[in-house]
Write a protein that binds this ligand. Structure first.
Ligand code: NDP
Ligand SMILES: O=C(O)C1=N[C@H](C(=O)O)C[C@H](O)C1
Length: 262
């Protein structure tokens, strides 16, 4: 076993030495060549569910890329933070409670950066930002996310993030909740309600990852739609996240912060 366990986080100007967790998964199989070929990044470990987390330290990694499953991701990230590794997280399922626990841990490890990116696609991040900007001007807003049937979670992390942004923007603007005359919904046909926004999840063979934000006012509608057809769409965001996370200590939630869209 190696003695290379870093306890001091790697500085922002050091070349990130990246361990990928979930390297054999659908995202991981794209991320391995993307990281390997990216200038200024070094791929030091490709790990799956059978590998112990210690293998990350044995490889001398300074950065963890987590592309696993919602049940495993919090422990993986906690392990990284505990050992002074920066982490970029694409795995979904990072609700407010998990993020609060992570922030508490990060407060004990100053200098460690974690980026949780519900979506690495620049187009998707822009679509959510546009929708959040527009939503205050419409009476009604609903989110529909559509994914492949192997997806483990619902609603998608992107839809949750989008609804959070929309609900926050509408609240800040003092907009009334979307009118909704449904008093009884015994079968849940109106979907989940996230931050006051109805979110609907479709799982369908043939789909990859798609989202529509439907906004309606008297006599008009605006739809903001994004489609990811291939997991290659996420790789520029993955690489950008790995290159910048060390310069952002603490928790960054959403690639929009990294793209400086505000
Ligand atoms: N942020 C974004 O832009 C995107 C996020 N995602 C999210 O990323 C996650 C992964 O998606 P996807 O690649 O499609 O999923 P897959 O099911 O294809 O892959 C998941 C991988 O995680 C591995 N794994 C499971 N548990 C562990 C563990 N404890 N330690 C290490 N590896 C583990 C599995 O390894 P093994 O095969 O060895 O069991 C598997 O290879 C999902 O949460 C998905 O929603 C997806 C697309 C874009
Ligand atoms: O599982 C997926 O496929 C995706 N997961 C992420 C999510 O939950 O939002 C990102 C994208 O939608 C693809």
């Amino acid at each position: 076993m190696s003695e290379t366990t870093p306890t001091t986080p790697a500085p922002a100007d050091a070349v990130p030495r990246v361990a990928i967790l979930g390297a054999g998964g659908k995202m991981g199989r794209h991320a391995v060549p993307a990281v390997r070929e990216a200038a200024g990044l070094e791929l030091v470990a490709e790990l799956g569910s059978r590998d112990p987390l210690q293998a990350v330290l044995d490889a001398g990694a300074t950065h963890l890329l987590d592309l696993t499953v919602p049940d495993a991701s919090p422990d993986n990230v906690a392990f990284a933070v505990e050992h002074g590794l920066h982490a970029v997280v694409g795995t979904s399922g990072w609700g407010a409670e998990r993020r609060r626990a992570l922030e508490a841990q990060l407060a004990e490890h100053p200098g460690v950066g974690v980026l949780i990116a519900p979506n690495f696609s620049v187009g998707s991040v822009l679509a959510s930002a546009f929708a959040a900007k527009a939503a205050r001007w419409f009476e009604s807003v609903e989110v529909v996310e559509l994914h492949h049937p192997a997806k483990l979670d619902a609603p998608s992390g992107t839809a949750v993030r989008t609804a959070e942004m929309i609900g926050d923007a509408r609240a800040a603007a003092g907009v009334d909740p979307s009118p909704d005359a449904t008093e009884r919904d015994p079968d849940g046909a109106r979907g989940a309600v996230v931050n006051g926004v109805h979110v609907h999840a479709v799982r369908l063979r043939g789909l990859e990852a798609h989202q529509e934000v439907l906004m309606g006012g008297p006599g008009e509608q605006l739809t903001v739609r994004h489609d990811a057809f291939d997991r290659g769409a996420y790789m520029p965001g993955v690489v950008l996240g790995l290159r910048t996370v060390a310069s952002r200590p603490g928790l960054t939630y959403g690639l929009d912060g990294v793209l400086e869209l505000d």
